[in-house]
Design a protein around this ligand. Structure first.
Ligand code: B1M
Length: 213
């Protein structure tokens, strides 16, 4: 019988080949998909992060854990999403320049997509110029959503928001930001229109900002 603990252990150990089946087992035994995500995967990544901080593991171990989590999320995705229609409009999503973390961004994208947005995901380490170019190609975009997952890329988030703010289209869009080191206070300071702490509240915020709440 599948369990959330087993998923957590496999994510922590970076067993990418086994995680998918363990997630499916947990689902088959009636575990709640959100609980599998939070307790089986996000909590496991927090442990991985702690071990890295304490020097017990190194970057390669963080990387294999991330790969394992991604495999698990693939299996979980249809159970978390509601089948989007894109009816709330377009949203451009990116992790800012200098930052390679994408799991949190991907979860945010998934939840926002299920909230009815068409998400254009530009990936990680995205320079402001690429975001601006993407907006020019998609001028019906309503929101630009930016992730920064390192304290060292918070200045990059600030610069990205400033670069977008300098564009003539600033008044036509909303900017929302998030990521582990980001706070409401920082979001206000850099001139973002919204901040949210996690993927679920990011979807609620996107709807509010798009006037669809
Ligand atoms: Co990195 N890393 N990492 N890492 N890594 C952290 C973030 C760290 C906290 C680990 C630690 O020391 N405890 C630490 C940062 C410390 C700091 O900021 N001062 C750290 C470090 C130091 C580094 C390197 C510098 C290590 C090195 O090279 N010496 C390096 C930097 C590389 C770079 O980006 N330039 C690095 C590299 C990596 C890997 C590439 C190996 C890998 C990432 C692989 C990948 O993403 N594809 C990695 C990983 C896996 C982690 C940890 C272990 C896990 C990150 C994760 O996926 N968490 C992480 C420790 C941790 O987070 N506890 C760590 C799960 C994810 C669901 O959470 O990303 O917070 P999170 O997203 C959340 C919220 O933040 C929020 O919602 C999400 C879902 O709830 N959210 C938003 C995110 N974006 C949002 C946007 C929104 C709203 C909400 O609106 C737009």
């Amino acid at each position: 019988m599948g369990s959330i603990n087993e998923v957590a252990e496999l994510v922590e150990k970076g067993k990418a080949k086994l995680v998918g089946a363990a997630v499916q087992d947990a689902l088959d035994s009636g575990c709640d998909p959100t609980e599998i995500l939070n307790k089986g995967m996000i909590d496991a990544m927090a442990i991985v992060g702690e071990k890295f901080k304490n020097g017990e593991i190194f970057v390669p171990e963080m990387l294999v854990a991330a790969r394992a989590m991604k495999k698990g999320v693939e299996v979980l995705k249809p159970h978390l999403s509601s089948g989007s229609t894109g009816s709330n409009g377009k949203l451009i999503l990116a992790t800012v320049a200098g930052d390679l973390h994408d799991i949190g961004k991907n979860l945010v994208g998934m939840m926002i997509e299920s909230a009815g947005f068409e998400v254009i995901d530009l990936g990680v380490d995205v320079p402001a110029s690429k975001i601006i170019e993407c907006y020019r190609e998609n001028p019906d975009t309503k929101i630009i959503a930016l992730s920064a997952l390192l304290t060292t890329t918070m200045p990059s988030l600030k610069d990205t928001v400033a670069a977008i703010a300098a564009e003539d289209f600033r008044k036509d869009i909303k900017i929302m930001v998030g990521g582990a080191p980001i706070t409401q206070e920082f979001a206000d300071e850099i001139g973002a229109d919204g901040y949210s702490e996690d993927a679920a509240s990011a979807a609620t915020l996107a709807k509010k900002l798009a006037g669809a709440a």
